[in-house]
Design a binder for this molecule. Structure first.
Ligand SMILES: [Ca+2]
Ligand SMILES: [Ca+2]
Length: 180
């Protein structure tokens, strides 16, 4: 057992002068204490504020289908949150309303898609189609949705997807949140 511990550095021959300076586990040494003081905050320093989800950029996303590119660069591999909210008009003939994922909710059962297009705010996807990212989730009467989004070391571009932009009015809101 002693040989094993010695190999691991927890036991030092009594005649080794090094044991008087460092490596002894039974008594604090000045070198150890200094290292710990550097690594840890002083006892009387105020604690760091815990990180919280913080809005870093909020942009208007017109339902006319124009691209909106963030000024924020989302760091690669870092998890952010995107919050989409608001309502706009996606058919001015029947006043069908839309939010970041759903539409028609003011006229009947909320619809996810229309004419083969998944209506809603898409990120980094310029082409309306049968699916998009993100999927903002189940219908919410508050019209507010939050999803995680992993940064790719670049800005993000939002675009409202619809099968027919000619009868749209208004805009939605997109907020980028960072845990900081
Ligand atoms: Ca439309
Ligand atoms: Ca949808």
């Amino acid at each position: 057992m002693a040989l094993f511990l010695g190999a691991c550095g927890f036991d030092v021959p009594a005649n080794d002068p090094a044991s008087n300076r460092d490596g002894g586990s039974d008594a604090p040494q000045p070198g150890d204490a200094a290292t710990e003081a550097t690594a840890d905050a002083p006892p009387d320093a105020p604690p760091d504020a815990p990180p919280v989800w913080t809005d870093v950029e909020t942009r208007t996303v017109p339902c006319s289908g124009v691209d909106v590119t963030s000024t924020t660069v989302l760091l690669v591999g870092v998890t952010y949150r995107l919050r989409g909210t608001g309502t706009c008009t996606v058919n001015d003939a029947n006043n069908s309303q839309a939010d970041p994922e759903w539409h028609y909710f003011n006229l009947g059962t909320p619809r996810d898609t229309e004419s083969g297009v998944d209506n809603g705010i898409a990120i980094d996807d310029a082409t309306p189609g049968a699916s998009k990212l993100p999927a903002w989730g189940a219908y919410s009467a508050s019209h507010t949705y939050t999803v995680d989004w992993i940064g790719s070391g670049a800005t993000i571009t939002a675009r409202y997807h619809d099968s027919n932009y000619s009868n749209n009015n208004g805009s939605l809101m997109l907020t980028i949140q960072a845990f900081q």
